[in-house]
Design a protein around this ligand. Structure first.
Ligand SMILES: [Zn+2]
Length: 159
């Protein structure tokens, strides 16, 4: 087995050469593959990769598998569904807060003075790519997905 063997070929004890379709996504030193292998198994991951036609599809699959494996490790019962439900509950909370604020504005300034959604200016950085936008605590947005989850608490409602 050569030292440049990718993580999948290493587990499957296959010959790994320069034409290996897994190598670019799970190189030998990729620590993410430990979770992916434990949750899905190298054979299934290899089958998924073999069924895909482009590098772009394999890149998306690799990232999705890593994300799902990490979510499953953090929440063995709900996995990625638990994260979706968590973010949906945050979204519902924010929507309720917006409705309350709209109602308060209607009461204070009159129903015809409340700006419609289309009138609200979009921030300049709204369309900035996610990886270019940094979080306030020094982590990138992509890192935030590892710290937020079903165990996180929702913001307290203002009284
Ligand atoms: Zn390989």
């Amino acid at each position: 087995m050569n030292l440049n063997c990718c993580a999948i070929c290493k587990v499957l004890k296959k010959n790994c050469d320069s034409n290996c379709i897994y190598k670019a996504h799970f190189p030998s030193n990729d620590t993410r593959f430990e979770d992916v292998n434990q949750i899905f198994g190298a054979e299934i991951v290899a089958n998924i990769f073999n069924s895909l036609e482009s590098e772009e599809q394999r890149k998306i699959a690799a990232n999705s598998l890593c994300y799902a494996a990490k979510a499953r490790r953090r929440d063995p019962v709900s996995g990625i569904l638990g994260m979706v439900q968590h973010y949906e509950s945050i979204l519902n909370y924010v929507e309720q807060e917006i409705k309350l604020a709209e109602n308060e504005l209607k009461t204070n300034v009159g129903p015809d003075q409340v700006p419609k959604y289309v009138d609200i200016p979009i921030p300049d950085d709204f369309l900035v790519k996610r990886e270019d936008r940094k979080m306030g605590d020094g982590h990138r947005v992509n890192d935030a997905s590892t710290s937020a989850g079903p165990s996180s608490t929702l913001p307290k409602k203002h009284e």
